[in-house]
Ligand binder design. Structure first.
Ligand code: BGC
Length: 510
């Protein structure tokens, strides 16, 4: 496969000519690891926390798991060809920790794991596609969970630092865009507050777990995660960036929170919701401190950074990665009655809801907590621009999930008009904020192909490519054709011909 690949010419395709967009990064991403890689125990990979979670209590309805996923581990060449034919400039993917360090820092580096990512990186570069690499995205070697409780223990900082160093050393000569950790805010909430992601820790009223404390543990786990990020970024800035010349950032899940009413209290609640969600990881990574609102409402429960830690946490990122899907309403809970969880300090005394007086904030998607609210893109980018002094931003995830309903036929799923409309309207909204001066350097569609969607298994589809679960055949959807057209012609207008679904089944997009 490699020799075949080496015949490819380095063909960097001309990118969008619209001056509002910086050239270089219209792309899309599936992640590797659990979601697309499969090959969960092949070539020296060890069990990750997700492998164990899925095999024991069952992580998704119907017993789905990531054992095979999209089999990207074996089909990556075909997938890279699809990216190339779409005209992508960059591909964002994540490293599976258990594939390159099966036992964390307690064992050897797995040469087969390094080789796998080298093949991906080299083949992307051969086609003029920039690798944009996330070091950690929800998964970790189970051994680190069993040994010391993963992110609840400060030891995890050492393990993450070691992982990051292995990545910089092995791939940093070619990888120029690094993300330390994907969505600490979302992951910590799901794993240590709601207890629905491994290690399934929570307490009432957030959930009913065997172990955990939802009011405290999320703060501890986040603190370790942020320090792990900060230490890895320091290492990169001091030892690798001078010779490798890349950039390093952090990705946050960024809901746009709108006040549910125009009252002063709800407006304050929307600000608090931002602070307790987006500001939670980003403020420390930029200002070296947790948001004031968190300090005020959480008091001594909130861990603090030492002077030395503040120094390396501050300005630890070269760019902010924004994963934006949806807006939600924020409702004040300091004076009015709220849900049991909204009433808690860990939530900033805010209810985050998708509905007001029986009206949804936007159309529903395949995931119940995500709604289509295009204006949210412009709003969140402007908010982040203002709060963080226009630090360079990448939209690292933005996408539309459709439910995979049993009665739907392939051609219905492939004729994904709603996904095209979603991206068209969100991109238009993004363009507005860029015209107003937001320093957005790139946009990644989530995702290239349908993949394993955590707790939803394969019941929800985000891809521009449909993946047949039996044969794993990838079929370009209407959105793939639209995106290719957008990248080639720089047009947000839907290709009129593309609405004739039949044409989509031809091979010309692949
Ligand atoms: C995560 C992805 C996930 C997507 C859709 C993001 O929060 O980074 O892993 O697939 O949301 O749920």
């Amino acid at each position: 496969m490699e020799s075949e690949a080496s015949n490819w010419k380095k063909t960097k395709q001309p990118r969008s000519k619209d001056p509002i967009f910086h050239p270089g990064f219209y792309s899309e991403l599936p992640l590797l690891l659990t979601k697309v890689e499969g090959a969960y125990l092949e070539d020296g990979k060890s069990l990750s926390n997700w492998d164990v979670f899925c095999h024991s209590i069952g992580c998704a309805e119907g017993g789905d798991n990531g054992d095979i996923a999209d089999d990207h581990y074996h089909m990556f060449m075909e997938d890279i060809e699809a990216m190339h034919s779409l005209g992508l400039d960059a591909y964002r993917f994540s490293i599976s920790w258990a594939r390159i360090l099966p036992r964390g820092r307690f064992g050897e580096v797995n040469p087969a794991g390094i080789k796998f990512y080298n093949k991906i990186i080299d083949n992307l570069i051969l086609r003029g596609i920039e690798p944009f690499v996330t070091i950690n995205h929800n998964d970790l070697p189970q051994e680190l969970e069993d040994r010391y409780g993963s992110w609840l223990n400060a030891e995890m900082q050492e393990d993450f630092l070691y992982l990051a160093e292995v990545c910089f050393k092995s791939f940093g000569d070619r990888v120029k865009y690094w993300v330390t950790i994907n969505e600490p805010n979302m992951y910590i909430e799901l794993a240590f507050e709601q207890g629905v992601f491994p290690p399934s820790r929570c307490s009432e009223p957030f959930g009913n777990c065997v172990y955990g404390n939802s009011d405290v543990e999320p703060l501890v786990a986040m603190h370790n995660m942020l320090l792990a990020h900060g230490r890895a970024a320091k290492l990169y800035h001091e030892e690798f960036q001078p010779k490798q010349g890349g950039l390093i950032g952090l990705v946050a899940h960024c809901f746009m929170f709108e006040p549910i009413t125009d009252s002063e209290l709800d407006r304050e609640a929307a600000k608090r919701a931002f602070a307790f969600s987006v500001g939670w990881p980003l403020d420390p990574a930029i200002f070296g401190e947790y948001p004031e609102e968190m300090q005020k409402y959480l008091g001594s429960k909130l861990p603090s950074f030492s002077l030395e830690e503040k120094k390396f946490m501050k300005n630890s990122i070269d760019f902010i990665g924004i994963n934006h899907y949806s807006a939600l309403y924020a409702k004040d809970c300091t004076t009015s009655s709220c849900s049991a969880t909204g009433n808690r300090a860990i939530q900033g005394f805010v209810d985050r809801v998708g509905e007001h007086d029986g009206v949804l904030i936007g159309e529903r998607t395949g995931l119940e907590y995500l709604f289509v609210v295009p204006r949210g893109m412009e709003e969140i980018v402007n908010l982040i621009k203002t709060r963080y002094n226009n630090t360079p931003m990448f939209i690292t995830e933005n996408g539309y999930s459709s439910p995979d309903l049993q009665e739907q036929r392939v051609n219905e799923l492939v004729n994904d008009v709603k996904r095209v409309e979603f991206h068209t309207s969100y991109l238009a909204s993004l363009a507005k904020s860029m015209r107003e001066g937001a320093d957005v350097r790139g946009y990644f569609v989530w995702s290239l192909m349908d993949s394993y969607e955590w707790l939803e298994g394969y019941n929800v589809r985000f891809g521009l490519y449909y993946v047949d679960r039996q044969t794993l055949t990838r079929i370009p959807k209407l959105s793939a054709r639209w995106y290719k057209n957008f990248l080639t012609n720089n047009s947000l207008v839907i290709d009129k011909n593309a609405s004739r679904t039949k044409r989509l089944f031809t091979k010309d997009v692949m």
